[in-house]
Write a protein that binds this ligand. Sequence first.
Ligand SMILES: *Cc1c(COP(=O)(O)O)cnc(C)c1O
Length: 355
Amino acid sequence: MKWEENVRKVTPYVAGEQPKQSNVIKLNTNECPYPPSPAAGEAAKQTDYERLRLYPDMNAEKLVNALAEYYHVKPSQVFAGVGSDDVLALAFMTFFNGEKPVLFPDITYSFYDVWAEVFRIPYRTCPLDENFRIKKEDYFAPNGGIVIPNPNAPTGVFEDIGMFEEIIAANPGSVVIVDEAYVDFGGRSVLPLLEKYENLMVVQTFSKSRALAGLRVGYAIANEKLIGYLKDVKFSFNSYTMNMPAIEMGTAAVLDDAYFKETVGKIVKTREWTKAELSRLGFSFADSMSNFLFVTHKQVPAGRIFAALKENGIYVRHWNRPRIDNYLRITIGTDEQMRALVAFLEKYLQEENND
Ligand SMILES: *Cc1c(COP(=O)(O)O)cnc(C)c1O
């Protein structure tokens, strides 16, 4: 078809499955197994639905102020968006606008290359070493921007902020985005570096540690100049991205710090238990500081285990991609869910061994 010559053709991002059945154990998209803060539920109930005839606050000021206070930065240093995917996509569009390639790891969040393609941003991937660690020297090369998650996904590996400081300091001519979607599960944020470096942008989300993936709230924190450029692009695109209930519920969730810490604490405890159990069953993995484990088994191929788990109603994630096709990414669920996973694997692996 002639008109097809003018179409922007892209290969879209593939998210983990959202199964229709409710009786599955869903450990495939890194959601929180616990409900969001009850305060967020209260805020939803108190939102006056008649007010929905009006446009929302395009600056999401209430939420931005709550985040600024929580992280001890100025409101002008905070940008809120519709999940961190929205924030990251806008940041790619805003800051990765040069001729030189944007750099990110070869094994990482699989949305980065999709955004680079859709916005026609040149990019180059930097291979992780054999232990899935970042080689910082790779990021000392000329580039048009850098984006790295910490902890990385889907490996769960956390890199010390000293390494990030070296990368940021070596690249005063580019914006460095640190995607901290999983930082609350035991890592350390690079936020303190904001005082020293104006080319750093930190992106976080409510989807994992705050149990609000369905609400779609994410945010960026940077110096106010970067945030200003990000806002200019957002207001050139869609001013009213954050809806009223999301602003109200998101704000309530930030204020309920006790619930947040309790939830994260439970997940970290369950993760450590799961690590010990999976080691016992012959799995190995890089040490994870996130709410998931990236595991490989010494005998049974990951693809086979993935299929067996799915057949038995346990959903995890598996990619048919170079270097990681013998790995499974398993989200940390409740204790009960992880006990069911371990019990199934124990039985399954025994049967595999006897064959
Ligand atoms: C989950 C995730 C995100 C985006 O999550 P949102 O739900 O859009 O906030 C961003 N980066 C990484 C590395 C993630 O794993």
